[in-house]
Structure formats: C-alpha cells, structure tokens
Design a protein around this ligand. Structure first.
Ligand code: IVH
Length: 676
C-alpha cells in the first residue's frame, strides 16, 4: 500500500510535470531541461507501477497512448457543432455587420477576429477541472470518442490550472504545424508509405487513429477558441468572446496569440487584409479569419440558421496564385470517352500542398488561354481544391514552346477521336476502350448508382487490367475462384465483395438506369424516366416525341438515350444484365412518388446567398420536391433574393411573384423539412 508520503510525492510530481508541460508546450518558455523533465516523469512512472492504486486518468504519464481500440465509440454532442457562413470580400463583411445591427436593433457592435486554423474541430469535456472526454466533430450532431488520442497532445491540459466546479465544454482546432507535416511526409516517403496531401489531412489521419500510440508519435497541437458550456459559479461567466479567450488561456489552454478585439467591422476588415498578406509566414496553415460579435448575449439573441450562427462569419482568403512551368500536356480518357487535356507541371506549393498537374478542361480552353508546352503559367486551386491554369505569362516565352494539338487517336486504345460540331469535348470512339471501361464500371458501382461496397477505383483497375471483366455485367458472373489469390484478396474480402455484388441485384430500377452511365442521364433524370416508363424495355423502345414529353427531359437527353439503345455493344450489355437477374421493371410500391412537402412549387434564386451556394440551395429544393428554375415568370411561386440581386427581382415585383429574403427562405425550408 502506498504510504501518505508516497501519495504526497506522486501528487507533487504530477503538479510539477503539469507545470513544466504547460511552460514548454503552451507558453513556449521551458524552465527545466528535457533531461530533468524526463527524470521526474520516470520517477512518477516507477511509483505508478509499484503502487497501481495511485494511478489516475489525468496523470501526465497517460499521454503516451493506451491500448488500441477496435472502433471508436459514438458521442452525441451536448450542443450540435454548426458551421460558418462565408464572406469573400470586404462588402460581404459590411453586409454581415449591417445585418447583425438590423436584426439586433443596435448601432454599434464590436468584434473578435481570430485566425481560422486549418485543422479539425475537437470538443472536450472537463469535470471539476479534469479532462474526461474528447470527441471529433463528426456530422456536427454525433462525433467519435477520441479521449485517449486527445491525451497524447501535450499542449492540451489534462487538468485545468484552476479548479472549475461542474462541467466545462470547450472547442478548439487540432492541427499539425507545416514543418511537422513535411517531416512526417518525408519519413513516410522513405518508408514507402502513402503521403498526406496537406497538414489538415495529416492531422485528421493522426487524430483518428485507433491506436493512440500512433497519435502520440505524431506532433499534433491545438488552439482553443470556444466555451460551449460552463457550470461554474454564476457570478463569473464571461460576457464576451474576448473574455472567453482570456479565461481559456488562464485555465491552461493554448489560445491563438494573434486574436484581436476590434472596435468595429472596419478594424476587423483590416485584420482580414493583413492576414491575407501575412498568412504564409505563420508556422501553420489557416484558411480564413473568423469574425465573431464579441457580446455573448448578442450571439445568443441572434441565434443560428439551420447551418450557422448569425453572429459569426468566416472570411475566406482569395485563392493563392503561383507560377510554374508546363512540362508537357497529357490526355486523359473518361467514362464517356471524353478526352481531357492535363498539364503536367513543374511541382509547386499552392495553398498548402504540392501541385504537379492541373486540368486544362478542353481544347478550346487551351486555345483561348494560348497555353503552350514549356510555357510559364499562373496556377491556382479553384475553391482551394482543384488546381487550374489561370493564364500564361507570355513575356517569359523563349521561343522553344511547343503548341498542343489534340491527338486524333485515343491515347489508350488507339481508336479514332471525334469532336461533335458545337461540342467542346473530343471523345474516343472505341467501344472497348479500357480507360472508358474502367470509368464506366467505377460509375456503375458508385454509391448513388448500384452502390457496390468494396468495388472502388483500385479494384476496378485491377479487374480491367487483368481482363477479369470486360463490361459491368461481368461482375455478376464472378466466382470465388476468379478472385482468390489476386493481390489484396483473401477469403474474407472475396466473400464480402461477391456478397455486395449479389445484393446490388436487388436495387430498384432508377439506380440501374443511372448506373448505365448514359450521357446526360443523372440520378434525378433516371428517376423521372423510370416513373414514366416503369420498365427498362419501355424506356429503350421510346421514341424522341415520347421522351421529350416528360418534364425535365430535353432533346439532348432524348437523343442520348436513343443513341445508347441503338448501340450493339449496349444491347449485349443489357441482355447480360437481364440474364443476371437485375430489376428491369419498377415494383408497384416503388413507383409512386410520394408527394413531398414542396411538390409542385417553382423557385427562382437570385443574388448571393450567405448560407449556401446556389447549387446547394437548388439541391435542397429538389430534395423537398420543388423545382428550381432560372427565370421568373407568372408560374414562378417564389423568388429567393440574396445579396446584390439581379433584374429578376424587379421583374418578380412587377408581375407579383412572392419574394423571400434568405431568412424567410431558411424558415420555409426548415418548416418543409419538419413536414417531411
Ligand atoms: S468558431 C459555429 N473559431 O472552422 C462554428 N472556428 O466552419 C463556430 N475553426 O471546423 C466556429 N479556427 O473548428 C471558430 N478561431 C476559430 C476557428 C474555427 C478554426 C474551424 C472550426 C470549424 C470551422 C468552422
């Protein structure tokens, strides 16, 4: 049994280690050497081993990572984690300020501006000042329980520096410093392991490890910015976000030192502009600035839309542009045979990751931008994700640049290439082109199509390369013996895949129609077609007139279906699928489309919405049964008006169409969702 003296020593060691940990990892101001620290740690470890009864979950020895878990538990967040609306320029921020003042009926609002750290959100719970649970954001409502992994992050306090009675919920961002990301990737490269695309992915990959020892071996860090729940004494809760940051700091959390209290929106805008310039000088990546109304009372009063709080906004940086050179231009072949030229670039860092290729979209784009092989070009990541060439720096030309011409034969199967008059895209005409085949099968198996779990791009590539399948229907005749022994396949994975393929036969007809990959026939059109024809045979026997009689089916879709049905290769495929026993007709009960809450209503959107992009809003409307269209007419039911609306607004007012503000639109969507 541990004596009084030992208990005292253990307590002292823990307090001492916590203190030096804080000085080192949070304050960046160590007072003892690493060797002295290690000595204290070893003494504590020895005592805990000798006297297991003194062990505590918040002991500094617990940071090394415990036993691996089989899977993460699910945690339901006490309060859901929302996201933020975006602002892209100064005007968006001034609009945000005006909206807040209008909604709250106040004349003056001060703000806290914080760097938006590009990592992943974590929600931590402390009880009586002791860390008890950590969770990822997940879908905002439920996340994964990652307590053991959080403990390995040295800058996160296991015990607060003040005893706060009751429960305390805080949120912050776990991230990896750019330098740590580089060295992690370097060692992964040397070990022949897959590289992380950017520090954010590396942080996510490290934090969501079932084995906390792996998390412990990665250098993760965290900044905290949010106090979600406070059960401490009632007379001391913070009144503003600025005070929250001070409190978090006093309790021992690492708070970003660049946060700033701004007297008005203009000061916050200045902060945004300053960091747009300076962001690459930081040792970690940020993807914007978060502007928050300082007053917590105001934040509460304004509440939130379905997606985001009204009193906070994220300012997003404009895409970073960098220059590099075009080494060569390759051509890719897609599912529909579309040939896409791709610039192979001298690798450069753009917005946090190394870019070595950029899509050139099509021949016309290359011609319009006058891109030549060997050119110096400006590239950026569209939406900070997909790299594209913005323009050529012609003044850098040396005369050695070569023009690009689209090949007249497919680079994969050598069949001829044809570009329809009026179309931007050139296509391979070879019906057995392996590049197209791969893409067709990947699409066939994809989630919204036949949803065959486990049949991703890598497996499809393997099957096509080994000529195990020559069309999607061949999937249904695969046998155990065909797959066992292939690389990556053991008994279990073969069985799982065969089961997933067999299950997919039960899919209702709309999925199959979409899965065939007929040009212009997306999931929604497939549903409409099946509702009308009710069988695959009826669909493929339809003529142009009948097809275009269906709302939402235009001439291009009709022609594409007729063309598809005529093609000999496709007829063979359809017969094989029939033999395999797939659903070719619509079961009675699947057919009737349930009326949805907004069925029959037509919407037009104009101006910039704050809480969604145009296409997100349209998708939501479609899901609820409404029809988004692009022009206002007498048959329009609602016009939704965002910032800077166009002439549609005047027209709607003139002809008496009902106009909705974004807030009213949100309210209508919420109501409709509840009615579903
Ligand atoms: S406040 C309602 N402050 O950005 C959400 N978020 O879309 C309130 N983030 O993944 C978030 N730094 O974790 C806030 N200083 C900061 C932040 C920050 C990074 C992340 C956040 C979330 C995303 C918000």
């Amino acid at each position: 049994m541990a004596t009084e003296e030992i208990l005292k020593r253990v307590k002292w060691l823990r307090a001492e280690l916590d203190k030096h940990n804080f000085l080192y990892y949070v304050q960046d101001a160590p007072e003892i050497s690493d060797a002295e620290y290690d000595e204290l740690m070893q003494e504590l470890q020895r005592l805990e081993e000798d006297y297991p009864e003194v062990m505590a979950a918040d002991s500094p020895t617990q940071r090394v990572g415990g036993r691996p878990a089989a899977e993460f538990d699910t945690v339901t967040h006490a309060l859901p984690l929302l996201s933020l609306s975006n602002a892209y320029n100064e005007e968006d921020l001034r609009d945000f300020d005006r909206r807040i003042k209008r909604l709250a009926g106040v004349e003056h609002v001060d703000y806290v501006a914080e760097l938006k750290i590009d990592g992943l959100t974590v929600a931590l719970t402390y009880e009586d000042g002791v860390f008890v649970q950590g969770a990822t954001r997940g879908d905002g409502v439920q996340g994964e329980e990652i307590t053991a992994n959080i403990k390995t992050i040295r800058s996160i306090p296991l015990r607060l520096r003040q005893r706060i009675p009751g429960r305390l919920l805080v949120r912050g961002e776990v991230y990896m410093k750019s330098q740590d990301f580089e060295s992690l990737n370097n060692s992964r490269k040397n070990a022949g392991e897959a590289l992380f695309a950017n520090p954010r992915n590396a942080a996510a990959g490290s934090l969501r490890q079932l084995d906390p020892k792996i998390t412990a071996s990665r250098r993760l860090d965290a900044f905290f910015y949010d106090l979600v729940l406070w059960e401490g004494p009632n007379d001391t809760p913070p009144a503003g976000q600025w005070q929250v940051l001070q409190n978090l700091r006093e309790w021992g959390f690492k708070v970003n030192p660049h946060s700033q209290l701004c007297a008005d929106i203009e000061e916050a805008i200045e902060f945004c502009l300053k960091w747009t310039e300076n962001r690459y000088e930081l040792p970690y990546e940020i993807d914007g600035i978060v502007i928050k109304a300082n007053s917590l009372r105001l934040q509460e009063e304004l509440g939130a839309t379905a997606k985001a709080p009204r009193a906070k906004i994220a300012f997003k940086f404009p895409a970073q542009e960098v220059t590099t050179t075009v080494r060569k231009i390759e051509v890719n072949v897609g599912r529909t045979g579309a040939l896409t030229p791709l610039a192979i670039l001298e690798p450069v860092k753009v917005a946090g990751s190394t870019v070595g290729r950029a899509t050139l979209h099509n021949e016309d784009n290359i011609r319009d931008k006058e891109i030549m092989i060997g050119d110096t070009v400006v590239i950026r990541k569209a939406g900070d994700v997909i790299p594209e060439v913005v323009r050529v720096l012609k003044e850098k030309r040396t005369g050695k640049e070569q023009p690009f011409t689209m090949p007249s034969r497919c680079p994969v199967c050598q069949a001829s290439v044809y570009r329809e008059p009026g179309e931007a895209v050139a296509r391979c005409q070879g019906s057995a082109c392996p590049a197209q085949l791969k893409e067709r099968i990947i699409h066939f198996a994809s989630r919204d199509a036949m949803n065959i779990e486990g049949l991703g791009p890598a497996i499809v590539n393997l099957f096509v390369e080994k000529e195990i399948i020559k069309d999607p229907a061949d999937l249904y005749s695969l046998q155990f013996e065909d797959l066992i022994g292939l690389e990556r396949f053991g008994d279990k994975s073969v069985q799982n895949l065969l089961r997933a393929i067999a299950t997919s036969k039960e899919n209702p007809l709309p999925r199959l129609v979409f899965a065939l990959g007929i040009r212009h026939v997306g999931a929604e059109v497939a549903r409409k077609l099946v509702q009308h024809f009710r069988s695959l045979d009826a669909l493929f026997h339809a003529d142009q007139a009948e097809l275009v009689s269906i709302p939402e089916v235009g001439e291009a879709i009709a022609e594409s279906i007729i063309h598809y049905a005529r093609e000999e290769q496709n007829r063979v495929l359809i017969e094989k699928l029939r033999q395999a026993g797939l659903n070719f007709t619509l079961a009675e009960q699947d057919g009737e489309e349930k009326p949805r809450p907004l069925t029959g209503l037509t919407f037009v959107l104009t101006g910039t919405l704050n809480t969604f992009t145009r296409s997100e809003a349209e998708e939501l409307l479609r899901e609820l049964g409404a029809k988004p269209t692009s022009s206002v007419s007498k048959s329009t039911d609602y016009l939704v008006v965002g910032a800077d609306p166009g002439s549609k607004y005047e027209k709607a007012v003139k002809i008496g169409v009902q106009v909705l503000s974004e807030d009213q639109f949100q309210a209508l969507l919420e109501e409709a969702r509840e009615g579903e």
